[in-house]
Design a protein around this ligand. Sequence first.
Ligand code: SF4
Length: 370
Amino acid sequence: MPAVAEQIRSLEEYLVMSDEELSTRIEEARRELGDRVVILGHHYQRDDVVRHADLTGDSYQLSVMASRTDAEFIVFCGVHFMAESADILGKPRQRVILPDLGAGCSMADMATIEQVEDAWEQLREIGVLDQKVAPITYMNSSAAIKAFCGRNEGVVCTSSNAVPLFDIYLKEFDKMFFFPDQHLGRNTGAKFGIPLDRMALWNPHEELGGNTAEDLLNAKLILWRGHCSVHGRFKPWHVDKIRADIPGVQVLVHPECMREVVALSDLDGSTSFIIKTVENSPSGSKWAIGTEVNLVNRLQQRFPDKEIHLLAPDLCMCATMYRIAPQNLAWAMDNLVDGNVVNEIVVDEETKHYARVALDRMISLTEKKT
Ligand code: SF4
């Protein structure tokens, strides 16, 4: 790296480069930086970006894997909350870069820390917090909400470990307040036999979340009204149609899909579960998969001996993650070569500390369960 950083390069010049030129620039920068950089590609990332990734996986896996490397720079081709998680879990000297700061997550953005703190205070005022209430947040949330859970005896969960964590918290607490994905919360609660009338839905734009005090006192699970815009596109009629069109097809969906879709499916589970299920299935098996289209397309390419379909005919793509294009990646990498760290994601120390408390609790509780 030059002793004195050069002027930050403008993104403009990258917007007019050919695909080939961009690819060459990214690979040259990677060679130049060597082990000082690790590029992470989320499972839902587009092909022209993921082909440059050193590591691929889901958000939590990627953050953990990056923290185990000695790389000084973690270039996260995912969305904002994932880059925050990498900063929380990374070594102190590791710096995290999100190649496009506009790559957010529509679900994570549905719960702000101000709204969550306000909801908690409303629950306190009506006496709900006189019961033992645990705040639990899905990994797909801001660092500030993870820290809120860390401060209040709560925990973070992923779609892989939501079931064992619910098992522990449902036994030890009177109720749980689950952020921000109502569908993962409802689908997981249903696995424990919690009836729908004991799952209150909290709308942050209404007083008491749109509930009566009695409903909230009686609820076992309070679900934040958030959802994933990608998984929310799968509807029950898609399941009915694909079963009619393809006899023998098995329907495999992510638990961010709505309850009615999960109830009609054969199997549901995290992205890793979906990949492993297809990997381990016999040649000739037929799958209709309800998750992000880039992942489904790559499964189709990897397993030509299996019949793999996207559950919905229309494009179910994570549009915000798609914002990270080869142009942004090449720009961020070239700037690193010049000694300029662009689009760095930094979580403040206090938030990092309490978010880490919630994540460490997740790790130790899931280890105890396995
Ligand atoms: S797929 Fe859904 S939950 Fe995942 S990053 Fe995109 S919007 Fe967020």
